[in-house]
Design a protein around this ligand. Structure first.
Ligand SMILES: NC(=O)c1ccc[n+]([C@@H]2O[C@H](COP(=O)([O-])OP(=O)(O)OC[C@H]3O[C@@H](n4cnc5c(N)ncnc54)[C@H](O)[C@@H]3O)[C@@H](O)[C@H]2O)c1
Length: 313
């Protein structure tokens, strides 16, 4: 177990509670803050349920669950949460001004050697750090949902981040079993979301242009190249097939791919019609409560299997 460090997690929603769980199960005392008392009450219950499910699948020890939950204290007071922290991570709603205010406040209450990190999905780290004085200690640490099952965390420097803050975040994440990677530049969407949304833009365009329906697009991925993706990323794949062939393919295909820099009109129409997906039981496809449950359970099962498999290796 790593040396214990005091961690503050700001925001106890979907991501914040899962991030708190990752640090607590690895022995770190965590102070979890939210403005919403219900979110705080729910967070500890969700963490207990997540750890119980994992232990049932052989990931971790059931005897560690209560001590981990006990290491998490909850508060609505930022100074109480963060003043003693050695590492603080923000996971509040994805709004620039809200995040800027949180970093200004964290910078004012935290010790000078505390590293401050944001879990933003796509917003520039430099912009988030703008109102803080000590910008060198602010970095991005982008976890993926659910943060206790997906190993990747992108570690991103803002324009003013110090190497020391980057290294310290990287080492801490590694010590709690995450798989941190270093992103070299602060660009919107970093690496993962740029790749993911390039694929989504093309997928939506294919449906919009009636080339295939939504279910077929997903089938092409799930039963086709998606099976290779956990073992073969696009860069290794290009080297495998040969860069000469890759060049020939790009020379022909790139001009036919979607290039719009705006959200698709189909997506906009669906949102206007309140066809929001699982939330309203209709989106690109129709979703009965049974199908929604099946989709969520199927994903959770696969992720648990992959974590259990990795922990056996
Ligand atoms: N949901 C995902 O899949 C995902 C994945 C990676 C990163 N992220 C990023 O993580 C962050 C949080 O996302 P989420 O999905 O957990 O959102 P969420 O809505 O589930 O949780 C956000 C929480 O922030 C709290 N909050 C709002 N204002 C606050 C304030 N001033 N002080 C303290 N708490 C405040 C809310 O009460 C809420 O509990 C966002 O930046 C999001 O882009 C989300």
């Amino acid at each position: 177990m790593a040396d214990s460090k005091r961690i503050a997690v700001i925001g106890a929603g979907l991501m914040g509670h899962g991030i708190a769980q990752v640090f607590a199960i690895h022995g770190h005392p965590v102070s979890l803050l939210d403005v919403n008392a219900d979110a705080l009450a729910k967070a500890r219950e969700s963490i207990r349920a997540n750890l119980t499910l994992m232990a049932r699948r052989g990931i971790g020890d059931a005897a560690d669950i209560e001590p981990a939950v006990g290491r998490i204290s909850v508060t609505q007071d930022l100074e109480e949460a963060a003043s003693g922290a050695e590492f603080a991570i923000e996971a509040v709603s994805e709004q620039l001004e809200l995040k800027q205010g949180i970093f200004q406040a964290l910078d004012a209450v935290c010790r000078s050697d505390t590293v401050l990190a944001t879990n933003t999905s796509v917003i520039s780290i430099t912009e988030i750090a703008e109102k803080a004085r000590n910008k060198e200690r602010i970095v991005g640490t982008h976890f993926w949902n659910p943060p206790y099952l997906i190993p990747l965390v992108e570690v991103i420097p803002g324009k003013r981040s110090s190497q020391q803050a980057m290294d310290s975040a990287f080492e801490l994440l590694k010590s709690v079993g995450k798989h941190p990677v270093r992103v070299k530049k602060d660009v919107p969407g970093f690496v993962g979301n740029r790749l993911q949304h390039a694929l989504w833009r093309e997928a939506i365009s294919i449906v919009e242009n009636d080339i295939a329906d939504a279910a077929t697009v997903d089938e092409v991925i799930k039963m086709g190249f998606g099976l290779r993706l956990p073992f073969l990323g696009p860069m290794e794949n290009a080297d495998m097939v040969g860069l000469d062939l890759t060049l020939q393919i790009h020379d022909y295909i790139l001009r036919h791919l979607e290039r719009s820099s705006k959200p698709s009109p189909l997506l906009q129409r669906k949102v206007e019609a309140r066809e929001l997906g699982f939330k309203t039981e209709v989106g690109f496809q129709e979703w009965s409560p049974e199908r929604i449950e099946e989709s969520r359970e199927g994903l959770l099962h696969q992720l648990l299997r992959s974590v259990a498999h990795r922990s056996e290796e």
